[in-house]
Design a protein around this ligand. Structure first.
Ligand SMILES: [Zn+2]
Length: 448
C-alpha cells in the first residue's frame, strides 16, 4: 500500500529539526527494514509565513512510502519520536507536540485542502481530527503537531518545486566556516544554486546559527549541481569529524505558492495586491510607509530598511505609480492592517511631468504669465501661447519586480526556474545511493 507520512514539530529551542528526524526515519526504518520502501524524496514543506505562532521556519515534512502495515509504521514513528525527544530535541521540556500522520495515498484528495489552508490561511486542529477520523487505515497523533503534519501531505511537487540538500552535524560540534566553498560553488553554478551566499555581508546564508543539527542546507533546482557541491564539501578536511548524514529534499521553497491575489488584504495571509500609490513617507532610518489604493480599499504597506534593494526602490516611488505588492498582512493598532512587503512589481510609472515650455526662438527657459496667459522666455522675452508641456522624467526605476534581500522561504525569485517533474522511485534510489557513496567513506557511517 502506498502511504503518505506527515511529520511536524520535532524541534525545540534546544535542538532537533524535523528534517533531521525525517532523515533518521529514512535511515532507521526504511533502510533497516525491507517491508517499507521510499517512493519519493522526502518533501520539506513550508507553510504560511504570516501566522505569528509559527515554529521556526514553519516547515513540516511529508514522505511517500510503500508498506503493508500502516498501523505498525505509525507506532514505529511514535516510538522513534520518543527516542528523538530524549536524544536530540528535548522538546517535551518546551511543550512541543511533535505530530505524526500516516495516511493511504488514495486519501490524498481528502486532505489536500489542509495544504492550501496551511499555506495561505489558518488550519484548525478540530477540523483536521474530524476529517482524519473518517478515513480508513489512517493513523495520527491527537496533538497540535497534527496540523502541520497533515498540511504537508497535500504539497504536489508537479505544481512546482526546488531542492534543498541538507547536511547534518554531530551533536554540539561547532560548524566549520564554509563561506568560501559555498561562495565559489554558487558563483560557478548560479542560478542552479541560489540564495546560499549573502554577497553584501559575505557569509553563507545556508549555514544556520542555532543549536539544531543542521550543518548546512543548500538550495538549488538541479540535482547534478547539488551533488557537485556535496562533492566539494566532502573534499574539505574540516568536515571530517563533523558530518553526520545528509538528505536531499524536494521543497516548495521559492515557488511563491503562498501568495493569494486579492483586492482586499486580510490578516495573517500572504497577498498580492495591485494598486496606485497615494503617498510615501520615508521614516528616519529608512523604512518606507506607503498608502496604496487597490480600487476597493486603501491599505498601508511598509517596506523595511532590511529588505535592501526593495526599500531603496520603494523610496523612489511617487504618487500615481501603479504597483503590485507581495506582502504578509499583519493587524496593526496604528494602521488597521499593515502589509509587510517581500516584493514589489512596478506595473506603471508616472514618468512624465508637466513643465513650462522651452522658447521656440532661442531655446531658453520660460516663466508663467499667470493662469492661461502663456509663458515668457527668460532670455529673449518671446511670449509663448501654450499650456504646460509633458517632459520625460528620470525615475531610477524600471518596470520590473524588486525582491527583498531578506526573502521568506517561499518568496519566488524571477531568476529561479522551478521544476515540475519529481524524480521517480528509481531515480530516488539512485540519488540516495550517490549521496551515500559520497558521504559514507568520509564519516564511516551507513549514510543518508
Ligand atoms: Zn527666447
Amino acid at each position: 500500500m502506498r502511504v503518505l507520512v506527515g511529520l511536524d514539530d520535532h524541534d525545540s529551542p534546544e535542538g532537533g529539526c524535523t528534517t533531521h528526524f525525517a532523515t533518521i526515519f529514512v535511515r532507521s526504518i526504511i533502510q533497516d527494514r525491507n517491508e517499507v520502501r521510499l517512493l519519493s524524496l522526502p518533501r520539506l514543506v513550508r507553510l504560511n509565513p504570516a501566522i505569528p505562532w509559527k515554529t521556526r521556519g514553519n516547515a513540516a515534512l511529508a514522505l511517500e512510502v510503500e508498506t503493508d502495515d500502516p498501523k505498525d509504521l505509525f507506532y514505529s514513528l511514535v516510538n522513534l519520536t520518543e527516542e528523538y525527544d530524549r536524544e536530540f530535541s528535548k522538546g517535551k521540556k518546551y511543550g512541543r507536540q511533535p505530530g505524526v500522520v500516516v495516511l493511504p495515498s488514495s486519501h490524498l484528495q481528502s486532505v489536500r485542502q489542509f495544504y492550501i489552508k496551511g499555506l495561505k490561511d489558518v488550519v484548525i486542529k478540530g477540523d483536521v481530527i474530524a476529517k482524519l477520523s473518517k478515513l480508513s487505515d489512517t493513523y495520527f497523533t491527537l496533538n497540535r503537531g497534527v496540523i502541520g503534519s497533515v498540511s504537508a501531505l497535500g504539497f504536489a511537487p508537479n505544481e512546482g518545486f526546488t531542492y534543498e540538500l541538507i547536511l547534518y552535524r554531530k551533536s554540539y560540534i561547532e560548524r566549520p566556516n564554509l563561506d568560501d566553498i559555498i561562495k565559489s560553488q554558487e558563483e560557478k553554478e548560479f542560478p542552479k544554486l541560489f540564495f546560499n551566499y549573502d554577497y553584501l555581508k559575505n557569509v553563507a546564508i545556508s549555514v544556520p546559527r542555532g543549536p539544531d543539527p543542521v550543518l548546512i542546507g543548500i538550495r538549488g533546482n538541479d540535482t547534478i549541481s547539488l551533488l557537485s557541491v556535496a562533492q566539494e564539501l566532502v573534499k574539505s578536511s574540516s568536515l571530517r569529524d563533523v558530518l553526520d548524514g545528509a538528505m536531499l529534499f524536494v521543497t516548495n521553497q521559492h515557488t511563491g505558492v503562498h501568495v493569494t491575489d486579492t483586492v482586499q488584504p486580510r490578516p495573517y495571509r500572504s497577498v498580492k495586491v495591485r494598486g496606485v500609490v497615494l503617498g510615501t513617507e520615508i521614516k528616519p532610518g529608512g523604512d518606507v510607509f506607503m498608502r496604496v489604493d487597490s480600487g476597493y480599499e486603501v491599505y498601508t504597506t511598509v517596506v523595511y530598511k532590511e529588505t535592501g534593494t526593495l526599500a531603496r526602490a520603494a523610496q523612489l516611488l511617487e504618487i500615481g505609480d501603479e504597483i503590485e505588492v507581495e506582502a504578509v498582512v499583519k493587524p496593526s493598532t496604528e494602521y488597521g492592517l499593515l502589509l509587510e512587503a517581500e516584493a514589489i512589481r512596478i506595473v506603471n510609472l508616472v514618468d512624465y511631468e508637466l513643465s513650462n515650455p522651452k522658447c521656440p526662438v532661442c531655446g531658453g527657459s520660460s516663466e508663467s504669465l499667470g493662469k492661461n496667459k502663456g509663458f515668457r522666455c527668460r532670455r529673449c522675452g518671446f511670449v509663448i501661447k501654450s499650456n504646460k508641456v509633458a517632459v520625460p522624467k528620470a525615475r531610477g526605476l524600471t518596470l520590473s519586480r524588486y525582491v527583498s534581500q531578506r526573502p521568506r522561504h517561499l518568496t519566488r525569485f524571477d531568476y529561479v526556474e522551478v521544476s515540475r517533474s519529481e524524480p521517480d522511485p528509481k531515480e530516488v534510489q539512485d540519488l540516495l545511493h550517490k549521496l551515500s557513496e559520497l558521504f559514507a567513506p568520509k564519516a564511516g557511517l551507513n549514510f543518508i
